[in-house]
Design a protein around this ligand. Structure first.
Ligand code: OOB
Length: 538
């Protein structure tokens, strides 16, 4: 069994009594659709249409083969696939076999994947031959050092015995039975955007995740007619569950997959497949608005665009409904749990000026001042929360958990928010040491540690700088020991193998790191320096 920090019994009882936790594993929604509407289309990808029957069959076929290969309930899997239908087939198969996956982003590279494998010691690797690390077997072998009995399957593999597509094909054996899965156990690991040196894992249970999905599907008005465009990384919590693909499967609708949110690609998909709803981050919205101002005739089927993941400028929000010809929903969520939505029937001003209110009446929200006291509505403070789908602890991270939770189990999200009298939240800032680069989160400490591994680096600090397109970009401040060029640092980070979005957008060499009175890096000063430089350039 994969361990996790459980909710205290009294909370678990309450969430069950209220009908939030219903003891249902995540894959049941798809099996139900496969029984009730087998021919309905679940996923469209690269012109392929996959029915609920086929999604259910393929995932059962893979689950059966994994069981036959000796994988057991409670084993873990490291999965890295691009936005392809097989991503959902694999996810469902692992649920059916009781195997707990960690779905890495396709942009993740050596540093991230190694850190994940070290933490979960996977029995199974599912990767794509189209990824730079998996074109041959060298990196998979390297991962095996942490997981000696790891089975590896590849999307796009030639040999049948290791081809994911082959393992997904064929009939489901007569004697296949799904693993009876305790729904109060861990279903899979979500990834934290993080602010620490090593990426933190978030164990999500069937009960808690399924509740957030069911409610999200209602809040977002999903029906079997919904055609949902997933043009951001499919494993991200937003695209999985808010309401995401799993919400769409719950409602019996169709997920249309796109490799990225580029309007040149997506507008055609919207037109061709009559997409009704899309989930975007603010930087993608800017691209869509620009393209739609030239020609929005492809978007006539679009009813709702969700925007979340990063701070969304009110001025841009105001342009969206008319330019895209659809309604807007703001989403403020996190992989750790809490998700807020503006509601479809909210007054327009509220949709334009807030990031929504929580899914559940039992999402407890505190807005906390510097003295630890709760603040009145309208005042900005730290957001803390606990509730029926907000986790209670990072995986095997006792020290970090002490810092992230208070004694009552409230999770401190690291966001600064203010609450309206109606209970809606506005995100106004952040205390966590993170850069939000167009919705992609960069933990400053992770990059600083890697920069400091360069022999010519004496000290390093990564801070956010404002950016018109992405919202934020990253700037590395470096105190060098000797002469050093930005390209060398870039090469150093590339060699260590981090995701490209984590490479510093700018490097500034300085003689001395500014320090706070207690001797920590003074990031406020560093950000001020950037602002002054930008002002001087303007
Ligand atoms: C989503 O999840 P994560 O885990 O990648 O990032 C969570 C963090 C939040 O703590 C906040 O700092 C930021 O991303 N964020 C927003 C935001 N939505 C997320 N900041 C400002 N405005 C927003 N609307 O990003 C995520 C998960 C589920 C649904 C939507 C987004």
């Amino acid at each position: 069994m994969v361990e996790f920090t459980p909710w205290p019994e009294a909370f678990a009882d309450r969430y069950r009594k209220l009908g939030y936790w219903i003891g249902k594993p995540l894959h049941h929604a798809v099996s139900r659709q496969a029984r009730q509407r087998p021919e309905a289309i679940a996923v469209i990808c690269d012109g392929r249409e996959i029915s609920y029957r086929e999604l259910d069959r393929a995932s059962s076929a893979l689950a059966a083969r994994l069981q036959a290969a000796g994988l057991r309930h409670g084993d873990t899997a490291l999965v890295q696939l691009p936005n392809v239908a097989e991503f959902y087939m694999v996810f469902l198969a692992l649920m059916k076999a009781g195997i707990v996956p960690l779905n890495a982003l396709f942009t993740h590279r050596r540093a991230e994947l190694s850190a994940y494998a070290e933490q979960i010691r996977p029995r199974l690797l599912v990767a794509s031959r189209s990824h730079e690390l998996f074109g041959d077997d060298r990196f998979a072998e390297e991962l095996r050092q942490n997981a000696p009995d790891m089975l590896a399957l590849f999307h796009g593999e030639d040999s049948t015995e290791r081809s994911l597509q082959h393992w997904l094909s064929g009939p489901v054996p007569q004697d296949f039975t799904e693993m009876p899965t305790p729904a109060d156990g861990v279903a899979f690991f979500q990834l934290s955007g993080g602010s620490t040196g090593t990426p933190k894992l978030i164990p999500r249970t069937h009960d808690d995740y399924d509740y957030s999905i069911r409610e999200s599907a209602v809040i977002c008005g999903l029906t079997p007619e919904t055609r949902y465009l997933c043009a951001m990384p499919a494993p991200h919590n937003y695209l999985m569950s808010s309401p995401g693909a799993l919400g769409v499967f719950h409602a019996g609708g169709t997920v249309v997959l796109a490799a990225n949110p580029d309007p040149a690609l997506c507008f055609d998909l919207v037109r061709h497949h009559r997409v009704t709803m899309a989930a975007l981050v603010p930087s993608a919205v800017l691209l869509w608005l620009e393209a739609a101002e030239r020609d929005n005739s492809a978007l006539t089927s679009l009813q709702l665009v969700q925007v979340g993941g990063a701070s969304f400028a009110e001025a841009t929000a105001r342009r969206l409904p008319e330019t895209l010809g659809c309604a807007l929903q703001q989403v403020f969520g996190m992989a750790e749990g809490l998700v807020n939505y503006t509601r479809l029937d909210d007054p327009a001003e509220r949709i334009l000026t807030t990031q929504g209110r929580p899914i559940s009446p039992d999402d407890e929200i505190r807005v906390v001042g510097p003295d630890g006291q709760d603040l009145p509505d309208g005042e900005a403070g730290l957001l803390a929360t606990r509730g029926p789908y907000t986790f209670r602890g990072y995986y095997r991270s006792p020290e970090h958990n002490v810092r992230s939770f208070d004694a009552d189990g409230f999770y401190f999200t690291g966001d600064i928010v203010e609450r309206t009298p109606e209970g809606y939240l506005r995100v106004v800032g952040r205390v966590k040491d993170q850069i939000n680069r167009g919705g992609e989160k960069i933990a400053a400490e992770e990059i600083e540690h890697l920069l400091q591994r360069h022999p010519a680096v004496h000290a390093a600090a990564l801070v956010a700088m404002g950016d018109a397109r992405l919202g934020e970009r990253s700037c590395a401040f470096i105190v060098p020991r000797e002469k050093l060029r930005a390209v060398e640092l870039r090469r150093h980070l590339m060699t260590l193998g981090i995701a490209e979005y984590k490479l510093p957008d700018r490097v500034r060499f300085i003689d001395q790191m500014p320090l706070t009175p207690v001797g920590k890096t003074d990031k406020v000063r560093l950000r001020d320096m950037l602002l002054q430089e930008d002002a001087a350039c303007a």
